[in-house]
Design a protein around this ligand. Sequence first.
Ligand code: COI
Length: 358
Amino acid sequence: MAKNNQNEIDIVTTEKSKINTVDFNNLIFGRVFTDHMFVCDFEDGKWQTPKVMPYQAMSIEPSARVFHYGQAVFEGMKAYKDDDGKVFLFRPEDNHRRINKSAARLAIPEFPKDYFFNGLEALLNADKDWIKPGLGNSLYIRPFVIATEAAISASPAATYRFMIICSPAKAYYNAPVRVLFAEKFSRSADGGVGFAKAAGNYAAQFYPTSLAQKKGFQQIIWTDASTHKYLEEAGTMNIFFRINDTLITAPTSDRILDGITRKSVIQLAKDLGIKCEVRQVSVEEIKNAAKDGSLKEIFGAGTAAVISPVSAFEHADDVFEIEQIPNSYAMLFKEKLMHIQHNIGLDEHGWRYEVVSK
Ligand code: COI
């Protein structure tokens, strides 16, 4: 094992890479993990020396608070490689800001910015062969924090583990998705944790989503918890509606994730002269627009999902099929984003972050 220390990180690299066992043309999202992982423990009131080490199982006490109270938050990011082998992240400062915002809501200590960036750089350098060039290829990066203290009284932990694992990725959804508008279940409520990437926000969607899947819909578009009249987000992605030539998306709030792809789409729309209204959007408005033909598109926006078109929605037993139009806004934004991410297009807003090769 090679061992060295860069930026005060203990780095131990693997003796035997498993990269040759991976079929990069047939990846299922989030099933294959790279050779290394980043680990940093919070003990005695401070973050300890971070490590990059071979990806491996780890031992945690069964009484660790994360297993009992779900004190856990995460992020989703991607690394891209251009045709010259340069590696880029997309707006990573926003991920760092957001994981700390999520952490604060769950009484988890903030993770220092230099640890986050040095850790990412060391890990991506160790695993750089796993980042394949070409549009549509990326390395999905999953930073997360869990409460590790062995104690089951219902209070915040004194010890935590911050980790980053990586998984080579292509599309999250291989085809346009069919969605159901929520009528009974809720994802989040005012004053809750809906804005945070809290692990429990995702677990809470699994049962209602499994019911939707039995009816032939892959995802739920969540509505506001008190009236179920306003469309909010899809859980794996924020959501945009196009009525005639105007885009509409819900404003962020303490119920909705402040998506980095979402805000990039809003900015790109502005750059392209496409009207984008950030306002409440009702189920009734979208059903009426579907009936009178003015609803042209619905699409989701997220790191994993990138831009994913919606091909049908259901509400109160009414099913509306959405014709997939040529030259859609969804495809326009997807191409613009991917070109910026892969160092092909002009990066007017400074969203690309080059990971220096070491
Ligand atoms: C992401 O887009 O990074 C997410 O965290 C969504 C997740 C369900 C894959």
